[in-house]
Design a protein around this ligand. Structure first.
Ligand SMILES: [Zn+2]
Length: 419
């Protein structure tokens, strides 16, 4: 395996959290409480799912870890009790962007307009994006509003950014941590990052410290919604990269404990993403929004999760088995984390080389690379012209229409099965 300079650096480096519980019952990373219930386990999964492997050998030898989802009865936070940040290697080889999907771009378009209008972003103001990835969101925000921007992310790739706002935007290729507490901003956003961070309370407190006395500053956090995952038994949305999972209530409690006042708490993108808008407060704040009161509901979902996952695994396993038995060609559309999780959960790696399965992605930066764990090669949609799949498994139902159009434009009309 190639040496990676980012090896062993955890996503967030800070002072250790106080340990309030014994070794047998780890303390909750969100509230410090010790009333923890383990409710879901998966062994030996790839430690990364969006890191691109250059060779099949590298993909097959990829570091693995275990998942043990732990539910805190005190605050509702869910975390992977077996998480080891040392297995992670966030670097420019990390390929998380969804910005090649028209559906996703429409979502970004609406989010830019909404945030600029709601928070009055404009010239003379600064937006800070923590975990900015390849920078698409920050660049769009700065271009449209005229504000300045600072983006922090170890996976940032300067050659991917082309913008008329370049003079106003600074990118820092690093993990966000205490050494960046001096960065001042009027607007702080953090999208799809908190779920990769283990010491979540420490992290949100650092964001609060960064804002300091700039009480007018607004904060937006966006992350996957765990309530939907629990309701649907969507086990493919549980993977090693995500060590922290939130519902609206547990996210609200975290921010209130870190001295934020909540303005909005809602779901978007077919209810897949959780959005929290907050402003700094002088001290921890009390729950005010009705949607924060979800602890009992989450506990009931936890109780039924394993059964739902079992049902899902059974029906998906049948689809693959039927295709194999009847000689139908099956392709998986979407090579992101959901796909890696699905493949490892169903043990599909043994089919490698059989020629019946292709993993397709529209992101050209992924083509010719290999999926961590299983070693499947990721191919462009055009490769399906030769493969002529009978069935396409759509990893995210929100993209079904655009995938159907894409296939039809290549004169392909397979059966589409959306997760
Ligand atoms: Zn807790």
């Amino acid at each position: 395996m190639q040496q990676d300079p980012a090896r062993a650096a955890p996503p967030f480096v800070g002072a250790p959290l106080p340990t309030l519980a014994t070794e047998a019952t780890p303390a909750c990373n969100a509230c410090g409480g010790g009333d923890i219930q383990i409710f879901y386990q998966v062994k030996d999964v790839p430690a990364h799912s969006c890191l691109m492997c250059a060779t099949r050998e590298e993909a097959l030898a990829f570091p693995r870890g275990d998942i043990e989802l732990a539910f805190c009865r005190g605050c509702g936070f869910i975390g992977n009790a077996r998480f080891d940040a040392g297995l992670h290697r966030y670097s420019p080889a990390y390929e998380e962007t969804q910005a090649f999907s028209p559906r996703f771009l429409k979502f970004l378009d609406e989010l830019w307009d909404d945030q600029i209008e709601r928070f009055g972003l404009g010239p003379g103001m600064t937006a800070l994006e923590i975990g900015c990835g390849k920078g698409e969101f920050l660049v769009g925000l700065c271009e449209r509003s005229g504000c300045a921007g600072i983006g922090v992310d170890p996976g940032y790739r300067p050659e991917r950014t082309r913008t008329s706002a370049a003079e106003r935007i600074r990118f820092i290729r690093d993990f966000y941590g205490p050494k960046y507490a001096h960065l001042h901003a009027d607007y702080v956003c953090c999208r799809h990052t908190l779920e990769h961070i283990e010491p979540v309370l420490e992290f949100v407190r650092l964001v609060r410290e960064t804002i300091g006395e700039r009480r007018h500053a607004n904060v937006l956090f966006e992350l996957p919604d765990m309530e939907r995952v629990l309701e649907q038994g969507a086990f493919w949305d549980v993977y090693y990269e995500h060590c922290s999972y939130f519902t609206r209530g547990s996210l609200a409690r975290l921010f209130r404990a870190a001295s934020f006042d909540l303005r909005r708490l809602y779901k978007v993108y077919d209810d897949q993403y959780l959005m929290l808008e907050a402003q700094p407060a002088a001290q921890p704040t009390d729950a005010l929004l009705p949607q924060e009161d979800d602890l009992a509901h989450t506990a009931s979902l936890i109780a039924g999760f394993e059964k739902k996952v079992g049902d899902r695994l059974g029906s998906l396993g049948e689809i693959f088995a039927r295709c194999r038995a009847s000689g139908r060609r099956l392709a998986i559309w979407g090579s992101g984390s959901k796909c890696v999780s699905l493949i490892s959960s169903l043990g599909l790696s043994r089919d490698l080389g059989a020629g019946t399965i292709a993993v397709v992605d529209i992101n050209p930066h992924k083509h010719g690379k290999f999926l961590a764990g299983s070693g499947f090669e990721i191919v462009p949609p055009d490769a399906l012209r030769a493969l002529r799949p009978d069935v396409v498994l759509v990893m995210n139902t929100i993209y079904t229409d655009e995938i159907r159009r894409d296939l039809a434009s290549r004169s392909l009309h397979p059966e589409l099965i959306a997760l």
